[in-house]
Design a protein around this ligand. Structure first.
Ligand code: PDD
Length: 287
């Protein structure tokens, strides 16, 4: 059975889902996206992802008529048609297709593309050993709060990580870690404080981050909103990352320096377990 995608109102086998060569995401990276995790057929944090989608659309001034309820229904139907137990649902909205010219074209119809990626990530071997990250300069633009499909800097950063045998690259600006190439970055100090970079236009407002930090605050963990340096990260007690595609992943090595005792930290592991526990009650669920 072929994988089914959704393109502009139609469910189609992926090899029949075709987009114009004039689509502005293809020509200019003029589009935005979201990635929602599916675990046990449940959509995780989909309300948060759609809220961020609306914000990205507004910031990019892309007019998009479909309601959140309709988008959720398409997620569920796409999940059902692909029998998606566990994995990711990718959604992209572009400004649309028009003759190549830089300003926004008048009367343009946005392109909506969605597809699924089956992936076993709930039970991860990597969680047992912990992940390694490498630092690299953050060479991105100034509107990192928009979840734009213009991801060249992140592609370059992730390639640096891949060539170093690491899962993720932590991007660094003025000596401070901004975030991972496709994840939010955190350290935990000896005083059990979780250090999380404040949300502004310099990083993406992570949806998994929000849920995980809420879980932390409901316990005895203090969350401190401030930037942290690479040196602080090297000397942290624990480090971890969050994203729809990794959920909560403990980090045990940064640039070949062992973090803490070089094993996944207990607080990071506990946050992962609690997030997975919360996921078991997430709604809605694919039929
Ligand atoms: N990336 N920061 C960046 C730069 C990201 O690209 C992502 C997500 C995050 C984490 O956000 P969330 O918790 O909402 O997934 C932070 C997705 C997974 C991707 O690009 O595939």
């Amino acid at each position: 059975m072929s994988r089914i995608a959704f393109l502009n109102g139609e469910f189609l086998p992926v090899d029949q889902a075709k987009v114009s060569i004039f689509d502005r995401a293809f020509l200019f990276g003029d589009g935005i996206y979201e990635v929602t995790a599916v675990l046990d057929r449940r959509l995780l944090d989909v309300t948060g992802h759609l809220a961020r989608l609306r914000r990205s659309l507004a910031e990019m001034r892309i007019e998009f008529a479909m309601s959140d309820d309709e988008l959720v229904d398409i997620h569920l139907e796409l999940g059902r048609r692909n029998n998606l137990e566990e994995g990711l649902i990718y959604l992209q909205i572009t400004r649309g297709a028009a003759e190549r010219d830089f300003p926004f074209p008048a009367d343009i119809e946005p392109t909506l593309v969605m597809f699924t990626q089956a992936k076993k990530f709930g039970v991860s071997e990597l969680v047992k050993t912990g992940a390694s990250v490498v630092t690299t300069p953050d060479i991105r633009w100034q509107r990192r709060d928009i979840k734009s499909t213009a991801l060249l800097a992140q592609v370059m950063a992730k390639q640096v990580a891949a060539e170093a045998g690491c899962l993720e690259a932590w991007m660094v600006e003025d000596g401070f870690v901004t975030e991972g190439s496709s994840s939010s970055a955190f350290i935990i100090t000896r005083d059990r404080e979780i250090i999380a970079r404040p949300i502004n236009n310099q990083i993406l407002d992570g949806i998994t981050r929000k849920s995980v930090l809420k879980l932390a605050e409901e316990q005895d963990l203090k969350v401190v909103d401030r930037r942290f340096t690479v040196d602080e990260a090297y000397n942290a007690e624990e480090a971890f990352m969050t994203s729809a595609s990794s959920l909560v992943m403990p980090i045990v090595k940064i640039d070949d320096r062992a973090i803490g005792d070089g094993k996944p930290g207990p607080l990071s592991l506990r946050l992962r377990e609690q997030y997975m526990e919360l996921a078991k009650t997430a709604e809605p669920r694919i039929k």
